[in-house]
Structure formats: C-alpha cells, structure tokens
Design a binder for this molecule. Sequence first.
Ligand SMILES: CC(C)(COP(=O)(O)OP(=O)(O)OC[C@H]1O[C@@H](n2cnc3c(N)ncnc32)[C@H](O)[C@@H]1OP(=O)(O)O)[C@@H](O)C(=O)NCCC(=O)NCCS
Length: 170
Amino acid sequence: METRFAKESRCYKTARVFPTDVNNHNTLFGGKLMAYIDDIASIAASKHCRASVVTASTDSVDFLLPIQTTDSVCLESYVTWTGRSSMEVFVKVITEDLQNGERAIAATAFLTFVALDEHKKTVQVPQVVPETEEEQRLHETALYRAEVRRHRREESKKFADYLITKFPWE
Ligand SMILES: CC(C)(COP(=O)(O)OP(=O)(O)OC[C@H]1O[C@@H](n2cnc3c(N)ncnc32)[C@H](O)[C@@H]1OP(=O)(O)O)[C@@H](O)C(=O)NCCC(=O)NCCS
C-alpha cells in the first residue's frame, strides 16, 4: 500500500481581517472562517491523494476565541488519518495580534474528504504516516472520531428519510 507523510499535505493560508469580513461584534464572521477552513482542508486532501476530492462532512468546528480586526489569521491544515477513500483533515487556526505579536489558537476543525476518479467513483488513497508529536496524537485519536462519524452518518440518513421536501407555499 502506498504511503505518504502527513507533512506532504501540510499547507498554510494567512489573511487580514477586513471590514467586509466581520460580524456585528466587529470580529471575524464565522461563515468567512468556515469558508477558509473548507478551502485549505480541500487543498491538504488534494495534496495527499493527488486526485479529485469532495467534502463528505465537516465533522467539527470549534470557535475558541473571537478574531479581532487587529489580528492576522493563519490556518494550518494536514491529513491526520486515512481510510480506503476517505481522509480526515485537521485545520488549526492561529491568530496573531499584529501590534504585540501575541498568538493564540482561535479555532480547530476536522473535516472528511473523499477521493474520486474521473467517473466520480471513490478511489483508494495513500495511507498517511504521522511523524511529529501533534500528528501522532491526532492519528492515534482518529479511530474514535471515525466511529463517531460513522454513527452520526447513519443517524443523518435515518433523519433525512422522514424530512419533507415540500415548501410552505406549495
Ligand atoms: C461523499 C460521497 C462521495 C460518498 O459517497 P458514497 O457513495 O456514500 O460512498 P461510500 O459509502 O462508499 O463511502 C466512501 C467513503 O466515504 C466515507 N463517507 C461517506 N460519507 C461520509 C460522511 N458523511 N462523513 C464521513 N465519511 C463519509 C465512507 O466512510 C467511506 O470511507 P472509506 O472509503 O475510507 O471507507 C457522496 O456522499 C457525495 O458525493 N456527497 C456529496 C459531496 C459534496 O458534494 N460535497 C460538497 C458539499 S457542498
């Protein structure tokens, strides 16, 4: 089985917080950060498998601290665990106060991407090999998260079965 180091998928993105990016508290709008998260995570997944990928689920996004307009926001992302065609991707959001240099972890997220071939069929991805302490820790705890995802997916399917698609005006 082909393997690839977690570091081979690692990528970074840094942005300023512009006036058009904020909410009514004058801190970064959560939807904007979620778009950054999905964007960078999809790049990490693509770098890992070098195939077409789709977001299967955003498993968790934890907003730990508000992001101020004086902060820069830096996202780091890499593949932490692989199944057959699925990849768990971690995103770490680090803010830096541009006036005093203080850094903090403002958010963390886990997403699952699935690799597809040109016929939109799922394809096997290389197995990820963690190296650093952080990569190893996230890799070791991934089986538990995969089990939670599997259970939640089953529940979501059951839930979708009884949701209606009719609009109120119809
Ligand atoms: C994701 C998708 C390709 C899975 O297709 P599927 O026919 O259900 O495929 P399978 O059941 O064979 O699952 C394939 C893999 O995806 C994983 N998977 C599927 N749905 C998942 C979910 N909701 N969460 C986590 N993993 C999921 C499975 O565990 C499996 O992993 P493995 O190959 O590592 O064992 C399909 O559901 C899809 O196309 N969804 C829409 C994706 C999309 O459009 N994303 C953008 C949203 S705007």
